[in-house]
Design a protein around this ligand. Structure first.
Ligand code: AMP
Length: 411
């Protein structure tokens, strides 16, 4: 193990990764490209990061002993997701630096703490109220109004653990359904957003930040479906979104990577929905379209290297490939057809079992403009399902609404 706290960690050093999902995998691949070695802690020895990392330590992410075992065998630790038990991250921090700091994991893994922290720091969030008992529903609804969203404070991801309330009558049933999943619940005003956007920001130990372009995201059933970059929003709004993300990273004194998910309303107001202090699905395009990927940035910060350029080399669009694609194509997605679309790259996460809603991979297209990138990415995904390709671009989806046949606007 090498390196003092103020000097950069040279290639050859060991990076520990808490979590071996697809984000851990992409971190490990980038680390390998840069000459670092990686050791991943994950409960599954055959996790997506397993074949990309140098070694997997099998253990759960809520076990301080396992985190300590990892820490003793690496030079620095990064987190690939926020739902790591804070105790475990603290145990690792006693031995090696951990990015982000466990206190930030503690904020991001609890929706009430997250919203309270953001509100206390003066950042815009949807009106919200903590709900601990059925009696809190009426007082909460007085704060948020209707429609509202009732969410679990912990454990919810990809749209799990939340119910939209359009009528006060629905509140008690929603409470009863969600309460078993989480000790506390949070009620939020439902925001009829024009767009969802996200900004990923890297911040190093000296407070230097680098912010990626604003990404425009479309979710389907609570799961990210499409990301388009740059977001097709007015430049002053994009500048405000980037400033907001940088201010949040500074406000939290974050060292590492922070994805800030926001709602953009028809009036041009930005409201923060969620923080992810780690690489983010909406930043996967950075592997194909930016000078330094989000994964490289986190490694640079952790290794005390200069924060890299976030320049966008070409407009890009990313579409997720969920397990449903495998199921609908009889287990044989047609990647040859997908890759016949110009400008498209394939990323697969090495997951053995395709289950509905499970993120299995993604396609990323670059092009001369964001609309063309989106058309390419969408056409490519259509071909994965459709089998033999017809020539592109003659049958590319119309520019109108290629990503969302069900009507959710993307442009
Ligand atoms: P979350 O897990 O909180 O990121 O929520 C998943 C998705 O649900 C978001 O990306 C939004 O599309 C939608 N959503 C969550 N909270 C709200 C809200 N307060 N108002 C409107 N839509 C929401």
């Amino acid at each position: 193990m090498t390196g003092a706290l103020d000097t950069p960690l040279a290639p050859g050093a060991w990076i520990g990764i808490l979590g071996g999902g697809q984000l851990g995998r992409m971190l490990a691949l980038e680390a390998r490209r840069m000459g670092y070695r990686t050791r991943v802690l994950d409960p599954d020895p055959r996790c997506p990061a397993a074949r990309a990392a140098d070694e997997v330590i099998t253990g759960t992410l809520d076990d301080p002993d396992a985190a300590e075992r990892l820490a003793r065998r690496v030079d620095v630790i990064v987190c690939e997701f926020e739902n790591i038990r804070v105790d475990a991250a603290v145990a690792a921090l006693r031995i090696r630096p951990v990015y982000p700091h466990p206190s930030i994991l503690g904020i991001a893994q609890h929706r009430i703490r997250e919203k309270e922290t953001l509100a206390r720091l003066g950042f815009p969030v949807p009106a919200f109220a903590a709900v601990d008992t059925p009696d809190d529903l009426a007082t909460g609804l007085a704060v948020t109004g209707l429609p509202a969203v009732l969410k679990t404070a912990t454990g919810g991801y990809d749209g799990q653990g939340q119910r939209v309330l359009r009528d006060p009558e629905e509140a008690h049933a929603a409470f009863a359904a969600l309460r078993p999943q989480s000790e506390r619940l949070i009620l939020e005003r439902f925001i009829p957003f024009e767009k969802e956007v996200s900004v990923i920001c890297a911040r190093d130990g000296r407070g230097r930040t680098a912010c990626y372009p604003v990404a425009e995201n479309v979710h389907r059933e609570g799961i990210l479906d499409v990301t388009v970059v740059p977001a097709r929003i007015p430049e002053p709004v994009a500048a405000a979104a980037r400033e907001l993300a940088e201010a949040v990273a500074a406000g939290l004194d974050l060292v590492g990577l922070l994805a800030v998910e926001m709602f953009l309303t028809a009036e041009g107001t930005l409201l923060i929905n969620e923080l992810a202090p780690r690489p983010h699905n909406s930043g996967h395009y950075t592997l194909d379209a930016c000078t330094c990927s989000q994964f490289e940035q986190l490694l640079r910060v952790a290794c005390r290297l200069p924060v890299g350029s976030t320049d966008l080399l070409a407009p890009a669009a990313m579409v997720n490939l969920l397990g449903d694609v495998w199921i609908r194509s009889g287990g044989r997605p047609d990647f040859a057809a997908a890759l016949a679309v110009p400008g498209v790259r394939l990323h697969l996460y090495d997951k053995e079992e395709a289950r509905p809603r499970r993120k299995m991979g993604h396609l990323c297209a670059t092009a001369g403009d964001a609309w063309e990138a989106l058309a390419r990415a969408q056409a490519s995904r259509d071909r994965v399902l459709a089998g033999a390709a017809r020539p592109f671009p003659e049958d590319a989806p119309a520019q109108g609404d290629p990503a969302c046949p069900d009507g959710a606007p993307v442009r």
